[in-house]
Design a binder for this molecule. Structure first.
Ligand code: DC
Length: 233
């Protein structure tokens, strides 16, 4: 069955940090010709704005100042020459910087602010209004697109996820230890799943994918099979 005989659907992929969800979501979107949005990148871009504008004092965030600044924070995505989607903050390509540790260690604090979430969720819903989209994050199946035809909840142990993030950061030349990465992963898990505003939780109708012991190829096939089922006319 080719794409012309399939219906356009919305695909929500949620899970903890470094669960591999962005890689598989991106790959699926490319294979089936859908748009892809990494909502974590949006929270990261807002965090970078806060850091650059001195809205943090240690771990204390000036929420009032951030709320005032929200109308001036514009996040967009563009596909670069090699087909990779990159994140822009007020017109500047910030794709590399938002993945660095100084942003990772503060992003959960920004993502817990209700007014930030409401502004970003509105934008995410606008991106997906015509379906044909793969979106990954924490609350996509529960809050952003509760009616999505395909919802996946990706799970893997903190140690597996920390090892993946550590390998990624090392490959980029970051000077960091595995223990630091594991501590950051566990702290973000704690904040993301216990916050009051849209905590990470599995939607009742999401399918769980535990990829701790799966190869990338196995994951990709699993996801594509599910898409083939859900997009049948
Ligand atoms: O997926 P990630 O590690 O890039 O996400 C960065 C942070 O943003 C993480 O602390 C969780 C938060 N986030 C969120 O609260 N809601 C989303 N839809 C996406 C990310």
């Amino acid at each position: 069955m080719d794409n012309n005989t399939r219906k356009l659907i919305t695909i929500a992929i949620d899970g903890f940090s470094s669960s591999g969800k962005s890689t598989m979501a991106k790959k699926l979107a490319k294979t089936i010709g859908y748009a892809y949005i990494d909502t974590g990148a949006m929270y990261r871009a807002v965090t970078l704005y806060c850091l650059r504008n001195h809205l943090f004092n240690g771990d204390a965030l000036d929420v009032e100042a951030l709320e005032k600044a929200l109308p001036e924070i514009h996040i967009s995505f563009a596909v670069n020459a090699d087909g990779k989607t990159e994140t822009y903050l007020n017109g500047e390509n910030v794709e590399t910087e938002i993945r660095q540790m100084h942003v990772s260690s503060k992003v959960s604090i920004v993502a817990a602010v209700g007014s930030v979430r409401r502004a970003l969720v509105r934008q995410q819903q606008a991106f997906g209004k015509d379906k044909g989209i793969v979106m990954d994050g924490r609350d996509i199946g529960t809050v952003v697109f509760p009616d999505a035809e395909m919802k996946v909840y990706v799970d893997a142990s903190p140690e597996t996820r920390a090892q993946r993030r550590y390998d990624e950061l090392k490959a980029k030349g970051d000077n960091i230890t595995y223990e630091e990465v594991l501590a950051n992963v566990m702290e973000r898990d704690r904040i993301d799943s216990t916050r009051e505003e849209s905590p990470l939780c599995k939607a009742a109708d999401a399918v769980v994918l535990d990829n701790s012991h799966m190869t990338i190829e196995e994951q990709d096939k699993w996801l594509l099979d599910l898409y083939n089922q859900r997009s049948k006319q």
